[in-house]
Design a protein. Sequence first.
Length: 157
Amino acid sequence: MALTVPGVESLSLSVNEEIRVRASLEKTFAALLEQLGPYSEMPDGTPMPMKLEPWPGGRWFRDLADGNGHFWGVVQAIKKPTLLEITGPLFMSYPVANNVQYRLGEENGVTVIKFRHAGFGLITDEHRTGVVKGWAYIHENVRKRAEAGRSKSASIQ
């Protein structure tokens, strides 16, 4: 039996994105929480029943009802409306650790979201390539929701 040890490059994942939103920090943060939670959907538009508890230690999970689901992560840090950080396996059902970070700030009247997803573990090629498309889809929906003022949250809890 031969043992092969993968190099660190094949064990890590890094996605960085900057999203510019023509809406206030508060509206953008509310839209982010909604898009990661009750308005979550797959890139093909299929609803994905996600729950996000927006407080330190809050869970982020796919709720399949009757006590069934998939744990994606835990809120590691939150500072409304400028920071949301989640750590956990996300959608990966194998040995992996992920950190997802949203930092929001304002530049020239526009909200700028600086997004970073760092992962480490036995990441499949399918997830390595699909994650970029998935995050881009989520972030475009956040932008559209915030700019259209469709956020259901008039104020952030």
